[in-house]
Design a protein around this ligand. Structure first.
Ligand code: NAP
Length: 287
């Protein structure tokens, strides 16, 4: 049982996490932290948090677990604010979508004393933001990746593992580097493509016709371009190296496809589509 959990960032992911922990009866008291009192009042009214603070330093005193569920760009300043107030037994974890930047921030702020830091990333979410979009079932049968580092305490790792399992998630472990490469390809690249596509079309002269006649395929493909721009700005800049590598690889493949279309290479075009359909059908059938 977690007696006191401090949730810094009471939004979609943090809100869903504590809703699920409450449902599993794994937490007694949840203190929320954010910049906007109206949002914290809303979260309190919804029964997501018991109380709140706007000063993260005050909120973490006596906490058993502190969860950082803010955009990646805010992680370091929050770590700096809470560092002097964490007890030696407080477990610190996060839900950020890139892990190398969180680990680097923590190493700097905590002077390498990071045994109680358990970096984590739930592979679940929606294009919506805010506590009003949170729900307890978000992590059911979804994966949560933990990226333990060399200095991690087995106790802290166990606490965070148990927390996510209580939310119905399958917990897996991966190195930070592998996590950032895999997520660059499977999540971050598709978001870049969706944002870039919608932005290109939105700047065309006949954009009104383009959007008027957009059908289901366009909606499916671009749903994720409705995700929060600030959050995706932060993810993009935090996972720069791995993301740029996979984007360049995609650009090469896209250039090849353009060349094949221009030169009427119908074999290349047909084979590309066949390969992609086979891969996607196999992926969807296995889910
Ligand atoms: P969200 O719904 O926008 O919630 C983030 C919350 O953080 C907001 O309620 C905001 O409240 C608070 N916040 C923002 N900046 C802050 C700051 N400087 N100091 C204190 N609080 C701050 O975002 P989310 O979707 O839950 O994402 C949170 C984290 O989860 C991100 O790191 C993201 O990478 C990760 N993640 C997201 C998804 C997804 O699909 N959405 C999936 C997996 C992981 P105030 O405005 O009141 O401060």
């Amino acid at each position: 049982m977690i007696n006191k959990l401090t949730l810094i960032g009471v939004g979609l992911i943090g809100g869903s996490l504590v809703r699920a922990l409450r449902r599993a009866q794994l937490v007694k008291e949840v203190i929320g932290v954010g910049r906007h009192v109206a949002n914290l009042e809303l979260a309190k009214g919804l029964g997501v948090i018991d109380d709140y603070e706007t000063d993260p330093a005050l909120a973490v005193i006596d906490a058993d677990v502190v969860v950082l569920a803010v955009p990646l760009g805010a992680m370091k300043s929050i770590m700096q604010a809470i560092a002097p107030h964490l007890s030696v037994s407080t477990v610190l974890t996060d839900v950020g979508s890139a892990k190398g930047s969180v680990l680097a921030d923590a190493k700097t702020v905590f002077n390498d004393r990071i045994e109680n830091l358990v970096p984590g990333h739930p592979i679940a979410g929606t294009e919506k933001s805010g506590v009003e979009a949170s729900f307890a079932e978000l992590f059911q049968q979804r994966r949560v990746i933990l990226t333990p580092h060399a200095a991690i305490s087995a106790t802290a790792l166990g606490v965070v593992r148990q927390m996510w399992q209580a939310c119905g998630a399958e917990v897996i472990e991966m190195s930070v580097e592998h996590h950032d490469e895999v997520l660059a390809a499977t999540s971050h690249l598709p978001h870049m493509l969706a944002y870039a596509l919608v932005d290109t079309l939105a700047r065309m002269e006949d954009r009104k016709d383009i959007f008027d006649y957009a059908a289901g395929g366009f909606r499916d493909f671009t749903r994720i371009a409705s995700s929060d721009p600030q959050m995706w700005h932060d993810i993009t800049m935090a996972n720069q190296t791995a993301l740029v590598e996979v984007m360049k690889r995609f650009r090469t493949d896209l250039d090849q496809l353009i060349t094949a279309i221009e030169s009427n290479d119908s074999v290349f075009v047909q084979e590309t589509f066949e390969r992609a359909k086979k891969a996607r059908d196999a992926f969807c059938d296995s889910k």
